[in-house]
Structure formats: structure tokens, C-alpha cells
Design a protein. Sequence first.
Length: 289
Amino acid sequence: MAARELREAGLDRTVLLTVPGVLLVLLLFIYPFAYGLFLSFAPKTGGIWANYARFFGDERLYGTIAKTFWIALPATLLNLALALPMAYQLRRATRLQRAVTTALVVPITLGTVLVAEGMLNYLGPQGWLNRLLIDLHLVAAPVRLIHNYWGVLLSLVVTGFPFAFLLTLSYVTGIDPVLAQAAATLGAGRGRQFLHIYLPLLAPGLAITFCLSFVQAFSVFPSAILLGAPAGPTRVISIAAYQAAFEDYDYSMASAIAMLMGLAQLIVVVAVLGLRGVFYRGPAAGAKG
């Protein structure tokens, strides 16, 4: 009897803990999405599809999708390309691993705005990098690294690489090293161990890392304004939504742009998660436990 009462009490506590969680999800995610979707179909003028017709009828608006992809995809791929080998080399718990992970927390805590302001000083025409290049007689004039595409891309790498690295490192360190040791006894070198053991087991984790890093890069806003050319090659879709909401005071149009922005991200995320089974299918048998 006592055991049953304890089980029932535990079940009641679980239900009580679940209800606030569901309410929190509804308040923070479901309701804003539903409200924004409804608002996007209530334009100032025209029918319910007027905002979307206006978006795809204006090259300055629909062109922001391609510009955002052109910035977000290379930044995401570059972050993963840098994070994967570095995380693989630092997969063992050493002082160097602790030092690197601690140092990479700094850009995350600073945020994109402070990082962008710092890059304005470092990479600007009078920054230390251009001064060094000129003093070494490597260039005759300052190299333009800000207020263009490259400034935004560098900013996304500086702010996105620590996140991608730390997430990838958590997946790498979760793979049991006994698997690689067993492969080594059968004659597999480090390259074969990585290709046939680590990479297949990392595929699901890398897919998640790619999705999170891509969503973070696709929503770029401060860097595109401070380090880019918001009226030209770095006029990303988030800038278009901001201008519609706070310059034109057309919140319905801004909601429509935000919905399209979310749809573009969703398409990429679904495609990546659908392809993650190409490398490996089955349970994560390589995890420590």
C-alpha cells in the first residue's frame, strides 16, 4: 500500500511539473508564432496574401533571402570545418583542453555587438592589423575588411566558432575511446579510425551542430549593420524585417518577413536532419556509459 501511494504521489508530482513546462512552451513559442502568423495575413491593404505578394514582387525584399544564405551557409560550414579537427585533437581531457575551452567562452559571453565593435577597431583602416601590414610593407594601402561582406563573415566566424567547437567537443568526448583502441589493434591508423569510427558516430551530433550554428548565423543582425553594408551586399532578411517594423511601422509586413525567414531556416534544418542518416544508422553504441 505504501509503495503504491509513493508511486501515485510521484506521478502526481510529475504531472504538476509537466503542466508548467507545457504552459511555458505555449507562452514563449507557440503563442508568439501563432500571433505572428495571424498578423502576417492581416495586411494594411489588400487581401490576406498581400504581404507575401509584395515581398516576392520586390527584388529588394526577396533578394535578402539569397544574401542571407550567402553569408550564413559559408560561415556555418567554415565554423564546422575549423571546429571538427580541433575538437578531435583535444578530445582527451588535458590542461590544454581546459585552457582552450575556457578561452573560447569569452567571445560567447561578450556577444555579437561587443565583438563587432572590437573588430571595428582591429580590422578598420587605422586598426592594428592594417598598421602591421603596412609597417611590414606587405600592402601599400589599408585592406578593406569591414563595411563589406568579409567583415560580416569574419564576425560570424569569431562569434560562431566557439559555439560550434564546444558543442562538437561534447560529442567527440562522448565516444568511447575503446572503439578506436580496438581498431588500432587490427591495424587501423589514425585516419581510418577517424573515418570509420569517429565520423559515423559524430554524424548525428554534427548535424545538430550545423543546424544550431546555421540558425544562429541566419539571424545575423548587429554584424550586418556594424560591419557590413546594410544598404548593399549585406542587407539580410532580418534588416528587411526591422525596417518594415520600425521604419515603415508595418508590423504585418514585418511578421510576414519573419515567417519567411523561419521557413527558410526550417527547410535547411529539415534537409540536414534528413541527411544525417547517410553516414550512420543505428543506436549510438559508441557513447560512454
